[in-house]
Design a protein around this ligand. Structure first.
Ligand code: FES
Ligand code: FES
Length: 158
C-alpha cells in the first residue's frame, strides 16, 4: 500500500511504486479532471502540482511522491491564485474543446505563484509544454495577464 495525499485527502492505494501518478489519480482515486494526452511528457494535459510545482503526472511514478501534497484541477480553485486563474479563464472565454485546459490552468497557476506579473515571454516559456490542438494560446496569454492584474489589485501575489 502507498499513501498519497491528493487535494488534502489521504488515500491508501494498492499499486506498484512505478505506476504513473496520473493512473492513480484517474483510475484508482477517480478524479477525472486531469487528462491523458500523449503519455510521454510532451503535451501537458496531465499536469498536476506536487508540492506546488507543476509535474507531468503521466511519467511521474507514484513512488516518488512520498509525503508531498498533490493538487489537481478539482481543487486548484480553492487556492488564491488558482481561483483568480479560473475566473480569468471564464472571463476571457479561453476554452474551446477543453481537453487541454485543466493542464493549462495548472501550469498557469504554478507560473503566477512564482512570477506574479509575468511578461509575454515568461508566459510563453512557462506554457510552452502545454499543447492546445484548438489553438487557444492567445486567449490563454490574455487570461494569465488578467489573473496577474487581479492578484495585484488585491495586493496578493498571483
Ligand atoms: S499526457 Fe502527460 S504530458 Fe501528455
Ligand atoms: S481547448 Fe481543445 S485542445 Fe485546447
Amino acid at each position: 500500500m502507498i499513501t498519497v495525499t491528493v487535494n488534502g485527502a489521504s488515500h491508501q492505494v494498492d499499486v506498484t511504486e512505478d505506476m504513473p501518478l496520473l493512473w492513480v489519480i484517474r483510475d484508482v482515486i477517480g478524479l477525472s479532471g486531469t487528462k491523458f494526452g500523449c503519455g510521454i511528457a510532451q503535451c501537458g494535459a496531465c499536469t498536476v502540482h506536487v508540492s506546488g510545482k507543476p509535474v507531468r503526472s503521466c511519467l511521474y511514478p507514484i513512488g516518488q511522491v512520498g509525503a508531498q501534497p498533490v493538487t489537481t484541477i478539482e481543487a486548484i480553485g480553492q487556492t488564491p491564485t488558482g481561483a483568480k486563474v479560473q475566473q480569468a479563464w471564464l472571463a476571457s472565454e479561453v476554452v474551446q474543446c477543453g481537453y487541454c485546459q485543466s493542464g493549462q490552468i495548472m501550469s498557469a497557476t504554478a507560473l503566477l505563484d512564482v512570477t506574479p506579473s509575468p511578461t509575454d515571454a515568461e508566459i510563453d516559456q512557462a506554457m510552452s509544454g502545454n499543447i492546445c490542438r484548438c489553438g487557444t494560446y492567445v486567449r490563454i496569454r490574455e487570461a494569465i495577464h488578467q489573473a496577474a492584474e487581479a492578484g495585484a489589485a488585491v495586493g496578493q501575489p498571483g
